[in-house]
Ligand binder design. Structure first.
Ligand code: FCB
Length: 517
């Protein structure tokens, strides 16, 4: 490194410290790492939710259904053909790799959970577990396996009719997702040098898909989720290279073409669903599922950790939701201020997926080269990292619900929450359920209008770059033994909670003592 460059770096570091060090003394500066993991408010038991509260599980088409001709299917085939199988510890996906994919048979890789053969019995199982709702996604490529199609494939429609019929039969209220990470492989053929969402005709094709869903299934569901975790999709697909299209672009501003298309896709789906509902005289609630993490500084004494954590939180969690609210994608990190017609106010509820805390460790000399740690290696006892290394942080759940409520004043649905616990005796999942539902109750007592909770997931399934090794199911699937299902103890615990519509005193004391104020 040349002397002048070194001098410049030292000067800029000094300059930065001159701003940041005094700022550290300002209490509101940056995010703060909070001690402990569970809220210290204790209210008299039981902790109950309002009548009509939705209790269910969430799934997604690609993760549970027979594999279609999708971008993810092409990725999986490529991983197998070129042995890009990840063998390191779970939670460390390498770009272009899938964890231990070839440890599972081709039958498992193609059938995922064998849900296609078991729709009726799996949904009967959810009903027997007393669930009142079920979140699933509709596969775009099942409806439009070929690009030139203007009408959906009748076999695809029939497939989802089977699901809706089983849900009706068991009085499970459908909650339907339109885009959950996966698109048809034809969507990735280059057109004018662009692929996927950036193609000039991307929205036309998406509109065709949504119109078909609305025509055939409008009126069958009240709760609709247009997009699942758009920021995770964009980050993993275009910066990290761990999801198709496996790109590693230069930085957050390069996500704008994709994110702005997703916002337009959401706006058009919102409009189609609302117009259809108005025609039918049946209400619908339309929103998205946003991935929320509690981003906190690894070191509270480090001003740049605090500042970076705050900036990431705004960019990763709130910028996209703010855009649905204001109609404007405005982001410092992405260097964008873009108005999108028809977008403002296209959120009837805020949908949150919550999985815990991430710690931000900054780099003073290269502020854009910060690290995000899934748990603090010096705080393992409290973080209780799960099998993917994710830190459990129930209090962050309450804080996220509260912040979403204060920001948008809308009803909230928890569209995903859960953990990777593969054990047949899944004590971590059981604890997670009780701890998070307690926080959800405390949020409700602070005025948050939470209307439903969907646990991820009904059974083990294909966990993207983590393959089949990460297991999130209330129900265990034996992939070596014809996809045999065995409910874990958490399934019965969840049933008990649903039957009480909340947490009873015995359960609260079993998982206590809780922190005191
Ligand atoms: C979320 C995804 C969902 C599942 C869970 C564990 O980010 O929306 O499909 O993979 O994580």
């Amino acid at each position: 490194m040349g002397t002048s460059l070194r001098r410049k770096l030292i000067l800029s570091a000094l300059g930065l410290s001159a701003v940041l060090v005094p700022a550290l003394t300002i209490p509101w500066f940056g995010a703060r790492r909070l001690p402990g993991t569970r809220s210290s408010t204790n209210l008299p038991a039981p902790y109950l939710f309002p009548p009509g509260f939705l209790w269910g599980t969430a799934t997604a088409a690609y993760q549970i259904e027979d594999t279609q001709d999708d971008d993810w299917a092409a990725f999986e085939r490529d991983v197998v053909a070129h042995h890009r199988v990840e063998h390191r510890a779970p939670g460390q996906a390498q770009p272009g790799h899938i964890h231990k994919l070839t440890d599972f048979s081709e039958e498992v890789r193609l059938k995922k959970t064998d849900f296609d053969a078991r729709i009726e019995s799996d949904l009967a199982m959810a009903a027997a577990m007393k669930h009142s709702s079920y979140r699933f996604s509709i596969s775009w490529s099942r409806l439009f396996p070929r690009q030139e199609m203007t009408e959906p494939d009748p076999a695809g429609i029939a497939y989802y009719q089977r699901i809706f019929a089983a849900l009706d039969q068991h009085r499970l209220k459908p909650a339907v997702t339109l885009f959950h990470f996966v698109s048809p492989s034809w969507f990735w053929q280059e057109q004018g040098g662009k692929r996927g969402w950036e193609r000039a005709d991307a929205l036309l094709h998406f509109e065709r898909f949504v119109a078909a869903v609305v025509k055939h299934f409008g009126g069958r569901a009240e709760l609709w989720c247009t997009l699942n975790e758009p920021m995770v999709y964009a980050y993993a697909g275009y910066l990290d290279g761990t999801f198709p299209p496996l790109e590693k672009r230069s930085g957050p501003p390069a996500l704008v073409p994709v994110l702005s298309q997703l916002l337009r896709a959401h706006a058009l789906a919102y409009r189609l669903l609302k117009e259809d509902a108005a025609r039918r005289g049946k209400p619908v609630q339309v929103g998205i599922a946003q991935h929320v993490r509690a981003f906190q500084p690894l070191r509270n004494h480090h001003p740049l950790d605090r500042l970076t954590a705050q900036i990431i939180d705004q960019a990763f969690v709130w910028d996209f939701l703010d855009a649905l609210h204001s109609g404007q994608l405005r982001s410092k990190v992405m260097n964008v201020d873009l108005s999108i017609p028809g977008l403002a106010g296209t959120q009837d509820y805020v949908g949150l997926n919550y999985y815990g805390r991430f710690y931000v460790k900054s780099n003073l000399l290269r502020p854009t080269k910060f690290e995000v740690l899934m748990h603090d290696p010096n705080n393992v006892a409290e973080d209780k990292p799960n099998e993917l290394g994710w830190a459990s942080y129930p209090e962050g759940f309450r804080l996220a619900l509260l912040k979403a409520h204060q920001r948008y004043h809308l009803p909230l649905y928890v569209l995903e929450n859960g953990t990777a616990d593969s054990k047949l005796e899944d004590s971590d999942r059981q604890r997670l359920l009780v701890e998070h539902l307690r926080e959800m109750y405390l949020a409700q007592q602070q005025g948050v209008d939470v209307r439903g909770y969907f646990h991820w997931s009904l059974f083990d399934n294909f966990e993207w770059a983590e393959g089949f090794t990460a297991r999130f199911g209330l129900t265990h699937i034996d992939y070596q033994n014809h996809f045999h299902r065995t409910p874990r103890p958490s399934a019965a615990l969840y049933t008990r909670i649903i039957e009480n519509n909340g947490l009873d005193a015995a359960l609260l004391s079993q998982y206590g003592p809780w922190p005191q104020p």
